[in-house]
Design a protein around this ligand. Sequence first.
Ligand SMILES: [Zn+2]
Length: 81
Amino acid sequence: MIPSASPTDQGPETPTCSAKGCREPAEWVLAWNNPKLHTPERRKTWLACEAHREHLSKFLGARGFLKDTVPLAEWESASDG
Ligand SMILES: [Zn+2]
């Protein structure tokens, strides 16, 4: 087994967790919106692994930004068309 040393440049998309320093594959999508910066229908997304889902959702939830937490597979199928 050779660990992939190169950063994701052109390779297949393997979304990773948005938590700082985390390289785990993402399993969750946190959809959020900052009403001071974004129009109401705008959605920013953070990706989270299982371990960071709660941490990130609390961070967004505490600010009133969190709109939705969706499994990545579901999010991708929903946003596909
Ligand atoms: Zn993580």
